[in-house]
Design a protein around this ligand. Structure first.
Ligand SMILES: [Mg+2]
Ligand SMILES: [Zn+2]
Length: 183
């Protein structure tokens, strides 16, 4: 059992700049505040896992290997800032496949929790979409909506997260406060 609490992070619009159906590793671009925020979260002793819907696979736009190349690029960019992820879990299906792993489905997190040994309900879920907030609610976790990516639109449409912040850097400050209050 990993004694750490975990942060479950969306990828597109949360860690990297949202680009429709991103498939070229050269298009991977960290959002402002992302590396600093992730480093601060790790320094709090939290585990970091990316949970991402990648229907580009199911749509035939990108292969599993191609997705791996995109992730290698993101891992390298984060690594240059001293950030190491504990895992990346992705749903390869299309929205109409009805799979249990596409967010807000919880199957990816259940798998990650089993692999890494953390308590999903104790985690923090950070993302820019209703599907991220919905995932967090389904897990009984603490939800944080970032205004990057589609976050501002989601908020305007009435997305209800436990907390709303500008970006990952601000999310890290918020979570630092929460962890100190509820260790
Ligand atoms: Mg997103
Ligand atoms: Zn799926």
């Amino acid at each position: 059992m990993d004694p750490r609490r975990f942060v479950l992070l969306d990828r597109d619009g949360t860690i990297i700049v949202e680009k429709h159906h991103l498939s070229d590793p050269r298009d991977v671009e960290l959002l402002t505040g992302a590396a600093a925020g992730l480093r601060a979260l790790a320094e709090l002793g939290l585990g970091l896992v990316v949970v991402t819907n990648q229907s580009v696979i199911g749509r035939g736009i990108l292969s599993i290997g191609g997705l791996g190349a995109v992730h290698d690029r993101m891992i390298a960019q984060l690594g240059a800032h001293g950030v190491r992820l504990d895992g990346i879990y992705f749903c390869p299906h299309r929205p109409d496949d009805g799979c249990p792993c596409r967010k807000p489905g919880t199957a990816l997190v259940k798998q990650a929790a089993e692999d890494l040994g953390f308590e999903a309900a104790e985690s923090f879920v950070i993302g820019d979409a209703d599907s991220d907030v919905g995932l967090g609610h389904a897990l009984g976790a603490t939800t944080v909506l970032v205004r990057t990516g589609h976050g501002a639109e989601a908020l305007a449409r009435g997305c209800r997260a436990d907390h709303v912040v500008a970006d990952l850097d601000e999310a890290a400050s918020l979570i630092a406060d929460l962890v100190r209050k509820q260790p």
